[in-house]
Design a protein around this ligand. Sequence first.
Ligand code: PEP
Ligand code: MG
Length: 902
Amino acid sequence: MAAHDPVEQKYVYDFAEGNKDLKDLLGGKGANLAEMTNLGLPVPPGFTITTEACKAYLTTGREPDGLAGQIEAHLESLEREMGRRLGDPDDPLLVSVRSGAKFSMPGMMETVLNVGLNDRSVIGLSAQAGQNDRFAWDSYRRLIQMFGKTVCEVPGEEFEHALDEIKRAKGTHDDLDLDADDLRGLVDAYKKIFAKHTGREFPQEPREQLDLAIRAVFDSWNAERAILYRRQERIPADLGTAVNVVAMVFGNLGPDSGTGVAFTRDPGSGAQGIYGDYLANAQGEDVVAGIRNTVPLQELEQLDKTSYDQLLDIMARLEEHYKDLCDIEFTIERGKLWMLQTRVGKRTAAAAFVIAGQLVDEGLIDLDEALHRVNGAQLAQLMFPRFQLDHEFEAVAKGIGASPGAASGKVVFTSARAVELAAEGESVILVRRETNPDDLNGMIAAKGILTSRGGKTSHAAVVARGMGKTCVSGADELDVNVPAKRFTVGDHVVNEGDVVSIDGTTGKVYLGEVPVMPSEVVQYFEGELDPENTDDALVRSVHRIMTHADAARRLRVRTNADTGADAARARRFGAEGIGLCRTEHMFLGDRRELVERLILASGEREREDALAALLPLQRADFIEIFREMDGLPVTVRLIDPPLHEFLPPLEQLAVNVAVAQERGEDVAKEEALLAAVRRMHEENPMLGLRGVRLGLVIPGLFAMQVRAIAEAAVAVVRDGGKACPEIMVPLVGAVQELETVRAEAERIIAEVVGDSGVEVLIGTMIEVPRAALTAGQIAEAAEFFSFGTNDLTQMGWGFSRDDVEGAFFWRYLELGIFGISPFESIDTDGVGRLVRIAAEEGRAARPGLKLGVCGEHGGDPDSVHFFHEVGLDYVSCSPFRVPVARLEAGRASITTTGSDSR
Ligand code: PEP
Ligand code: MG
């Protein structure tokens, strides 16, 4: 290699100089070409221009100093190695110019092949190929076409049009029927098209071709489709792409040449074996473009046994070396095999688990590495029933995939109708504009929930996730008309009883029934499939990796559950306690009437009567939950939502009263109710009379709940069982609030537990920013903190939980203000900082303070890693996310040298 200024930054690396760990600098393709070169595999010689050069170019608009000289030097060395010169009229070297970023962005950026051909060297190429004029002119026309399109933005259709024209004149549909003269004519036509659009002749100087092609690859980093792809895949926008300049090898030199792609295992199922496609007498882009039909790779054995055996041998070596599934691209030029690309291949969620298990069996990786190779998002995908979308189904709308899964059923518009039809054995989909606590029974009865409003933390979404029920929210193309019992979407009118199917992962809505398959992974978690005794490789592998995650993790995993059934399921899924039992659901249904009595009570006596009636009901609820949890900790949160949520809506009540008055009916009770609703109306109920404020304002309410919890625990213990209750006060902002509640609670607990041995902890949620910032004070009165990151996000950002996701988050995501909704994944810089401050200051004030999180983030993979790092003791999430949290908590605990396999 020619010398260059020693202080100059190095922008160009020969393949022999790189390795697979230099992806940041050389991109994935360049790093892996270097790795294969160093393994001694047959890689055509070449060099890589670094992502640093690309970044410098994109920032300044020109190639950085020194780049041109370094390219020159590497080109010279490539020419020496190949014994050919770029543009040599008699024996030209041709090169391909290929993009390759750190993360694979398939088809998003540019490639130019056959660089180095011109009017003279095309003759030399023909001679090189054994006087194969057809091949040479075909290569030249491909260069003009690709170069014109990608480098000079000539509309691609014009070239295609010219090709069609020649085929028509010749009376054929097949490119292969065109002979050398036809292709020579096509080159002339292409050159004219090029000149017409660019105002210049097609460049004949090979080095100019090369420089322009490199620049075009740099520019393609910022092509619109590449930007969109990065946003979707959450690939950082500032990485830039490397450029690989590689000596051309030809798969289109005749029947003893060809090109193919292969996987070392099945990327769909993970099954072992060789999976690939081969196309004889073709170049790589023909395979990708699907111009001709490929044959299964195994057929290469008949065509060229030597190359086939060599390929299998190389694939085995690559797997052994990368210790993972690899995908490859190769070309055979006249019986000689060349490797053009390899990388750790993408795979489905199921294949990820299966392959990780197989690699452990094969001794290639250990269990830590296997755990690192899978993730919670993949496990979550495997836990939901899915549609068998093998026939064509077209979605009529797309909302937010609020709770994953797949569900089909008859459309109903009211909770009551959902319950009725479900009781008759029908599958139903509850369709609402948005749901509210009154829809609970309908949601339980339905197979799925579809709303036209609301985001991922809307009532429908949160409750559905809690139940593990499929939900699509915010499908705003739907016009839902509940009184008329129908919705319209586009030209379709869907009436009650019509069947729809919803996909809670993609958010898609289909008309009619799409068949659904259950998840074998859930069957395993439910204990219905014995992992030691099944031939299901996926289940075996999931079991093995979960067992390892459990052994590795430091974070405990609890669940958010407020019924015995949810608690039981969560335990089967591995929950180690309840981190949040919301008590408000226990005030709905027939008990609503008691809540009304409580609210309308005109004196102490009436209020006490209402509370006394609620007490045994609450006690029974808690007994059921304590029994299910059998001595595992159960955090019961005292009632949180504003009480008027339990009363009928103001407008409806006002209308009812007015109508009844008009009819002369006795409406004294309704009027009293209406007056109470008016009195309690709040402009910002989320910031109003709720949480601890209720406990301080409504005498006896919290006391009744505390008594019910303590009595339930004592009852379970006296019965020979175990109970470990933790009472949690919501929405605390100041230690004085907690102290007041605590004093009363302690008195009641002491009175109830007596000598039963029951111990009750008292702690608080940290969900108001002020609580996080005064955590040192609050810890004096709390035995535990549980971070309510839903409210902490709402109040930290000033975002209304129920509205903003559907209203304007799309714009925030588009602008990159955040990459993902902060309600979904914790905003580590802001809300996360509040968590960190509170954890540190809380523990400083009270060493041993128990710390957990029970907001929706407790089941989000990235957030789990954050909570591990901050040092929380546990995360708590809905039952269905418990396995995901276990897996991610395990992943957070291990350190591996494994590479990022995105
Ligand atoms: C929270 O705010 O994070 C929380 C768990 O409480 P809720 O969602 O019930 O307000
Ligand atoms: Mg809250």
